[in-house]
Write a protein that binds this ligand. Structure first.
Ligand code: ATP
Ligand code: MG
Length: 747
């Protein structure tokens, strides 16, 4: 075969190839799902490296999840035929921002070993602040404040920049002040939240042009995946970094490794401004699904304005899905008004139609999907090629239960289910205190776990001490045990705790971090606490602790491990090689599987009632894009389900099939029977009757239930009837208020 150029370029279509080979100047690839955008980015990096245009450490490459970053690195190795050493700037916005912040921590009044707070820590801290201010947490919940602060940070707003009107919405105008004291507290605790990782970067870049210039010079190429979901802060950060460095001489001093000093200095001599900035962003406006978290689809629509002279490349061939799947997805998204509109074609065969299956309730749905999966497995297909994509994370439990019963290996993607367990969080708290003695939240969590007779009163006293002297709790403890303020018994235990941590910290220098973790768990009495525990799950907890220590082996040291924990939300299976993937639609972005199950397509759940209530038409369109993302994850089979009854927080409600089902094209969809049992008393003929409104079924059979449901919907002006009320926990609620990346938020 006659192919010009390196091997990794063969097989690309002309537009893809153009996107890869146009290395100079701004490039935007605006194209639909499965057209090879991510592949273009990866190939582009391979091209940059093999052409010698930059070293790995000079490429800034932003992916949406840490998992995607690992995947990209792996692919890169395949393309180049050798593992790529060191791509330190390949990762999510947050991991890269965090890395930069560690280099300049002192400019943010932090130490380089600062802790990254998770959502829980954040809320706990805010609760304390509210208490100190005598603000009623019931009326003004800490979570609400966390959501506000997170929103401000997503928009790049420092406390002083929050518009007065917005600050006023919390606790009669105290919002802005609380934000400011929260930031102060974080500094004292030597901690940052996720929003800070970028916000502090932006501030440092603005206040220290010399530092910004170093990075501008360093990053010869910038690449961004999923650009449609960048928020304002991410956008500002990118804009700052992507400007050609001003011709002023660069400040000496490298950003990370000393070996690059010379290179940076050499760079500084070149007429920098003459060099165009090489930024390549790829995205799809139809896949913008994080609007509720501050993402601005306008960022992508404005690209050629922001980057004059940008080359905009469109890709139209979908390489992922069969004809029916692509047609169904395209037809669904065509119901949105606010979109650019684009052609997508496949040269693949039509394949199987998208199926829609009704079940009696969610349990039957889980049973049906379980059986379907076993059938796929019997055909010899890999479980790795099967995904279940849910709208709300609470939907997962039913599947997890089912899989455990069936003995089907599965993994949850996008949620550190494992790391969120109480025993894991306790263990991590011990490690955090060792790593950063100023980590008060961690210290508070474990100071009396296991029970040491250090109750609330003691902790309160430590707090008073700490606040008065502006020192961490741990140091307050050290000081207090030298006084007689505590009763002898409490003083004894506290002294022991302080001594233990001092000892562990000393041991840290000479002991492998995995061994240290085991020592800490044993010597602290934590392991013993669970060994003595009589409850049913104690054994499982002990196993989890073992697994935690095992999982640390993958990391060089404690700091690296803790960083991973705070940043990584996507659990990548680990133990099981072949497993079904379970995740939310939001976390499925960019991924692909042969078989995709899409359960819970019911009004109120999907589209989510909360989104409709809060965001109206825009919310509905975002939900529809989410449906589009879901269907386009499938290579060979997309299987949609809905249940007629669903239990939300223990209460059963009757549901109505999602309006999105009505929007699927008849020619590409097939109604099937649930394998999990008989939804409708085994009449077998219910199928079509459920969809008298569906385009797929022009005729109008109807069942009383369906009619009633339909009538309800009409009466409700597009809102669901049938007794369904909003307000149950759905995806937006579980991510928000204060997580800001699927990698980091908590479920
Ligand atoms: P999404 O919008 O869902 O993120 P995408 O545009 O990033 O999709 P990719 O994931 O890069 O698309 O590609 C989709 C699939 O098509 C992948 O399996 C990829 O390897 C394959 N693919 C892309 N381009 C080609 C090509 N030129 N030849 C063969 N396969 C291709
Ligand atoms: Mg992609």
């Amino acid at each position: 075969r006659a192919s010009v150029g390196p091997k990794y370029l063969t097989g690309l279509n002309p537009e893809q190839r153009e996107a890869v080979e146009t290395l100079d100047g701004p490039v935007l690839v605006l194209a639909g799902a499965g057209t090879g955008k991510t592949r273009v980015l990866t190939t582009r990096i391979a091209h940059i490296l093999s052409q010698g245009r930059a070293r790995p450490a000079e490429i800034l490459s932003v992916t949406f999840t840490n998992k995607a970053a690992r995947e990209m690195k792996h692919r890169l190795g395949q393309m180049l035929g050798h593992a790529v050493e060191g791509m330190p700037w390949l990762g999510t916005f947050h991991s890269i921002g965090g890395r930069i912040l560690r280099f300049h921590a002192e400019l943010a009044q932090l130490k380089s070993n600062f802790t990254v707070l998770d959502v829980d820590d954040q809320v706990r801290l805010l609760k304390q602040l509210l208490q100190a201010e005598n603000i009623d947490d019931k009326r003004w919940p800490a979570r609400m404040l966390a959501g506000l602060i997170d929103g401000w940070k997503n928009r790049g707003l420092m406390p002083s920049q929050v518009p007065a009107g917005e600050a006023a919405v919390f606790a009669n105008g105290k919002g802005g002040k609380l934000y400011a004291s929260y930031q102060e507290r974080l500094k004292i605790l030597n901690a940052a939240d996720f929003g800070d990782l970028l916000l502090e970067n932006i501030r440092i870049f603005r206040e220290h042009p010399d530092i910004l210039r170093q990075y501008q010079q360093r990053f010869k190429f910038i690449l961004v995946d999923e650009y449609q979901d960048t928020n304002v802060a991410q956008y500002l950060w990118l804009r700052l970094l992507s400007q050609a460095p001003s011709p002023a001489a660069a400040a000496p001093g490298a950003i990370d490794d000393p070996s690059s000093d010379a290179a940076a200095a050499a760079q500084a001599l070149a007429p920098a401004a003459a060099r165009p900035k090489n930024i390549c962003c790829v995205g799809d406006d139809d896949q913008s699904i994080y609007g509720w978290r501050g993402a601005e689809v306008d960022n992508i629509l404005r690209f050629d304005h922001d980057f004059p002279g940008a080359k905009v490349i469109r890709l139209e061939r979908n390489y992922r899905s069969t004809g029916h799947i692509l047609a169904a997805a395209s037809h669904l998204i065509a119901h949105n008004e606010g979109r650019l509109g684009k052609t997508l074609r496949t040269e693949d065969h039509d394949g199987e139609k998208v199926t829609v299956t009704g079940s009696w309730d969610s349990e039957e749905e889980a049973r049906g999907i379980g059986e379907e999966i076993e059938q796929i497995q019997r055909k010899g297909e890999k479980l790795n090629e099967i995904a279940i994509l849910v709208r709300a994370s609470y939907q997962m439990r039913e599947f997890e239960d089912r899989f455990v019963t069936l003995g089907l290996p599965y993994r949850v993607i996008g949620g550190p289910r494992f790391y969120e367990r109480a025993e894991i969080r306790d263990a991590l708290a011990y490690l955090r205190v060792i790593n950063s003695p100023a980590d008060d939240l961690a210290f508070e969590r474990i100071v009396n776990v296991p029970k040491r007779g250090l109750g609330d009163a003691t902790v309160q006293m430590l707090h008073d001490h700490a606040r008065k002297r502006r020192i961490p709790l741990f140091e307050a403890a050290r000081a207090v045990v030298e006084t007689d303020e505590l009763k002898p018994k409490a003083r004894g235990s506290l002294r022991e705790v302080v001594a233990q941590f001092d000892r562990w910290r000393a041991q840290r220098e000479v002991t492998a971090h995995t061994d240290l973790a085991q020592i800490v768990l044993d010597e602290s009495g934590y392991t013993e606490m669970w060994q003595k525990d009589r409850s049913a799950d104690a054994a499982g907890r002990l196993e989890n602790l073992k697994e935690l220590v095992r999982s640390m082996e993958e990391f060089e040291n404690l700091q690296g491990f803790l960083e991973h924990i705070s940043l990584v939300m996507d659990r990548d299976g680990g133990a099981e090689d072949d497993a079904v993937s379970l995740m939310t639609l939001h976390s499925a972005k960019g991924l692909e599987f042969d078989n995709v199950f899409l359960p819970g397509w019911e009004e109120g759940l999907f589209p989510s009632q909360r989104t409709l209530d809060e965001q109206g038409r825009a919310g509905l369109e975002e939900e529809r894009r989410l449906g589009h993302v879901g269907i386009t994850r499938a290579r060979r089979r997309a299987m949609i389900y809905f249940a007629t009854n669903r239990r939300i927080h223990g209460t059963w409600s009757t549901t109505i099939p999602s309006r999105f089902l009505d929007e699927l094209p008849a020619a590409n969809v097939e109604i099937t029977e649930s394998k999990g049992g008989s939804a409708w008393g085994g009449t077998g003929g219910y199928g079509a009757s459920r969809f008298d409104d569906m385009e797929a079924f022009g005729s109008s059979y109807s069942t009383p239930g369906w009619q009633r449901a339909q009538a309800n919907r009409n009466r409700g002006g597009g809102r669901s009837g049938g007794g369904r009320s909003g307000g149950f926990e759905e995806e937006a609620a579980t991510f928000s208020p204060s997580s800001s990346d699927p990698d980091f938020g908590s479920f």
